[in-house]
Ligand binder design. Structure first.
Ligand SMILES: Nc1ncnc2c1ncn2[C@@H]1O[C@H](COP(=O)(O)OP(=O)(O)OP(=O)(O)O)[C@@H](O)[C@H]1O
Length: 238
């Protein structure tokens, strides 16, 4: 039986007169990778911020681990990577990891730093100041921070922007391994071949969730061979 780890129920969100989310209900179940896709401005980050309690809904409600966020007790079980990097530029990569690990109450910090740095291929750059990192390196450090403590839930907003294809593949392999060990992952992406790798695709368009199924089921329903084509057809129909 599946358990909802993230649940949005009848959510409506407006900014001024703009309706960003219109009656959106959506769940992420335990042990699955859900990919949230949609054109720029569709409301993907807004969904994440609502789930995390960083934005307030006009109607409906959102829970994470059955609790309305923000909840301090849950923070240790949650790894979040925002769309823009929030790093301390005057600290090295290692010091950033140390800081966030302490804040999240991670155990065996030094081993954990080595583990997550390896996943994102930053081991040899850990002692450089973050201010000297490239955009892709900063993204990788933000992702490593989200992985600290091996949290049960990962919420990743465009985690692979600026990351090279081979490392991107390695990161997706890691995400799938985590899923196979029972972790739950919500990820937004603009990279359509990444959307093929998730268990379920949630497609947002015009403030509504217009599709929510496995990549294969969506491709069959639209009679196409890729999620990219599903996306394009859904946009055309709008
Ligand atoms: N704080 C805010 N104040 C006003 N409008 C906002 C605010 N945050 C988001 N919006 C608007 O809400 C809409 C959805 O934004 P959101 O960032 O959720 O989109 P997105 O799907 O994540 O886009 P992208 O793929 O470009 O990151 C956009 O039109 C954006 O301009």
């Amino acid at each position: 039986m599946s358990t909802e780890i993230i649940e949005l129920t009848d959510v409506r969100k407006t900014y001024g007169t703009q309706v960003v989310l219109d009656d959106v209900s959506f769940a992420v179940n335990s042990g699955e990778i859900v990919g949230l896709i949609g054109p720029s401005g569709a409301g993907k980050s807004t969904i994440i911020k609502i789930a995390l309690g960083m934005e307030v809904v006009d109607e409906g409600h959102a829970t994470v681990f059955n609790k309305i966020m923000p909840q301090r007790q849950i923070l240790g079980e949650l790894g979040y990577m925002a769309q823009s990097d929030a790093l301390y530029e005057q600290l090295s990569g290692r010091e950033n990891l140390q800081f966030f690990a302490e804040m999240r109450g991670v155990k065996n910090i030094s081993n954990e730093i080595d583990r997550v740095a390896k996943i994102v291929d930053l081991t040899s750059n850990l002692d450089k100041y973050t201010s000297g990192y490239s955009g892709g390196m900063k993204r990788r450090l933000s992702l490593a921070i989200a992985f600290l403590g091996n949290p049960k839930l990962l919420i990743l907003d465009e985690p692979t922007v600026g990351i090279d294809p081979s490392l991107r593949r390695q990161i997706w392999h890691e995400l799938q391994e985590m899923r196979d060990h029972g972790h739950t992952i919500l990820v937004t992406t603009h990279v359509m071949d990444e959307a093929e790798l998730v268990d379920r695709v949630a497609l947002l368009l015009g403030g509504r969730l217009i599709a929510n199924d496995s990549p294969k089921a969506l491709e069959d329903a639209y009679h196409v061979d890729s999620i990219e084509e599903v996306f394009l057809m859904a946009e055309e129909k709008k």
